[in-house]
Design a protein around this ligand. Structure first.
Ligand SMILES: CC(C)(COP(=O)(O)OP(=O)(O)OC[C@H]1O[C@@H](n2cnc3c(N)ncnc32)[C@H](O)[C@@H]1OP(=O)(O)O)[C@@H](O)C(=O)NCCC(=O)NCCS
Length: 154
């Protein structure tokens, strides 16, 4: 298994995986798959070019079998530390045939190593209930520091 950051040529495959992930979660689409993949590919291209998104992939025999995205959130400069950021971990998905073999864990480890080098203060995630144990094993804690105000349903 190879873990690395995706190239732009791979964005259509990432868009397809996004479709699979959300369909597997039971969401009913309001558009055709081809339309979604095309528009999502454009979104990923723009998001990557603006420098705030990084798309990690797990690759097996030239096939992308999993991905994990990080959205960089830049903090307002402080006199004691001008440049600061944290990372929002999202879109963690491994195709069903490859689950339970440590790919999700390895992607998290890679992201942790990379985010440490990038000097992020911390990483956050909104875990599904089933995935909570995975994140906890990799060092995520529920500290209740975050308050949120819900404005509408997800
Ligand atoms: C979460 C996910 C990426 C883990 O990938 P993986 O390669 O199977 O992960 P690992 O083999 O490293 O670790 C297995 C752990 O993943 C979690 N997990 C397993 N199946 C899962 C599922 N269907 N959904 C969410 N988490 C799952 C469990 O914590 C499991 O540990 P356990 O067997 O001790 O309970 C993968 O299960 C998946 O794509 N699930 C569907 C999408 C999803 O729920 N993503 C998480 C959103 S927060």
């Amino acid at each position: 298994m190879n873990y690395r950051i995706a190239t732009s040529e791979e964005f259509p495959r990432l868009a397809e995986l996004r479709w699979k992930f959300r369909r597997e979660s039971g969401e009913e689409p309001l558009m055709e798959k081809a339309d979604f993949v095309s528009r999502c590919t454009d979104f990923l291209k723009t998001a990557s070019e603006n420098g705030f998104h990084t798309f990690w992939i797990a690759e097996s025999s030239d096939e992308i079998v999993g991905n994990l995205f990080v959205h960089r959130i830049d903090l307002i400069p402080r006199p004691c530390q001008f440049q600061d950021a944290f990372g929002y971990v999202t879109n963690n998905y491994v195709i069903p045939s490859h689950r339970g073999r440590g790919i999700g864990k390895a992607l998290l480890a890679k992201v942790r190593e990379w985010a440490t080098k990038e000097d992020f203060e911390l990483l956050i995630v909104y875990p599904s209930e089933r995935a909570e144990a995975l994140y906890a094993r990799e060092g995520f804690e529920s500290k209740n520091d975050v308050m949120e105000m819900r404005l509408r349903d997800f």
